[in-house]
Design a protein around this ligand. Structure first.
Ligand code: 8YV
Length: 331
């Protein structure tokens, strides 16, 4: 049986399927696998299942002469040097679709929680502060921002961006989007309007980031762009931390250029920044956009399907580097 190394315990359903076809080894610890251990573990593997926290680059490929496929347990694959993998004839796969709805739901969780100050309100209630104040209610407490009927601007209009828009229809919203290319079908289905990024930022009450991290999207939301946003606007990031210049964002939140931010992703993870944590107008999650039982099992199954297709000499169903098919030698 070919050998696969899995860098973290993915859900059991995926591991069970893989065990029927591969000799499977899983890094058993909760902590991330140290780099030198990863380099050792890949020495004789045919396949590698990896995730966001591991940088898969020529150093890993050099250490793994038999490696033919890297299956990323994520839809984003900015952790992998895909160009280098392609050059070496190594398949790279990801896990699209199965996590789209969970991630779009989470964008909405952040959007609503930020707009209505839910976390601050929860702290107020559970910390006993409500009781201490001794007042049942006050007409000026916890005023948030209206959502229904407002304008949402979605940056990146792929599967997840469109799923965010689909939900926005239920909130009676005007839907703006920015993307590398126009999406006429989605415009029709969702009633979404294409806008250049700066215009979208000027007009939106809620801006949701759903772009992959690339050279073009890195620090796309910088100081200049944050200054274009409405003072009452809320920024939601479920994409990658590096899409936003965090220093500029903190300044924007402190100085009131925007009203708030709901963040699931950070420039560095795990993230720690007291300046951000001390702000009341943010809701912060530890990169859990796809963390539902259903999505994670779907991701594990899709990883397994990609590896089994590879083993059977077929093209994996969610291959990222389609050009690799030309580079690969038969067998
Ligand atoms: C993962 C993600 O939880 O799919 C992605 O791109 O960011 C998340 O679904 C994470 O990347 C684990 O690899």
């Amino acid at each position: 049986k070919p050998k696969v190394f899995i860098t973290r315990a993915i859900p059991e359903n995926g591991i069970a399927i893989l065990k029927e076809h591969f000799e499977v080894e899983v890094w058993p610890e909760e902590r991330e696998i140290p780099r030198e251990v990863l380099l050792e573990k890949v020495r004789d593997v045919d396949a590698l299942v990896t995730m966001l926290s591991e940088r898969i680059d020529s150093e890993v490929f050099d250490a793994a002469p038999r490696l033919r496929i890297v299956a990323n347990y994520a839809v984003g694959y900015d952790n992998i040097d895909v160009e280098e993998a392609t050059r070496r004839g190594i398949y790279v796969t990801n896990t699209p679709d199965v996590l789209t709805d969970a991630t779009a739901d989470f964008a909405w969780t952040l959007l609503l929680a930020t707009a209505r100050g839910l976390i601050e309100a929860d702290n107020f209630t559970r910390s006993g502060e409500w009781k201490r104040r001794g007042i049942a209610w006050h007409p000026r407490w916890f005023l948030g921002y209206d959502v229904y009927g407002k304008t949402i601007g979605i940056v990146g209009f792929g599967r997840i961006g469109q799923a965010v828009a689909r939900r926005a229809r239920g909130f009676g919203m005007r839907i703006l989007y920015y993307s590398r290319s126009r999406k006429p079908d989605a415009e029709k289905e969702l009633g979404a309007e294409f806008k250049p990024l700066d215009e979208l930022l000027r007009e939106s009450d809620f801006v949701v980031l759903a772009v992959p991290l690339t050279k073009e999207t890195q620090y796309m939301i910088n100081e200049e762009r944050l200054r274009l946003m409405k003072k009452t606007a809320i920024l939601v990031n479920i994409a990658r931390g590096k899409v936003v210049d965090t220093k500029a964002l903190i300044k924007a939140l402190k100085e009131g250029w925007i009203a708030g931010a709901g963040l699931d992703v950070y420039e560095e993870e795990p993230y720690y920044n007291e300046e951000l944590f001390s702000l009341k107008n943010v809701v912060l999650a530890p990169h859990i956009g796809s963390a539902t039982y259903g999505a994670r099992e779907g991701m594990a199954e899709l990883v397994a399907r990609n590896l089994i297709a590879f083993k059977n000499g077929e093209v994996p169903p969610t291959l990222v580097n389609k050009e690799v098919v030309k580079v690969r030698k038969p067998g």
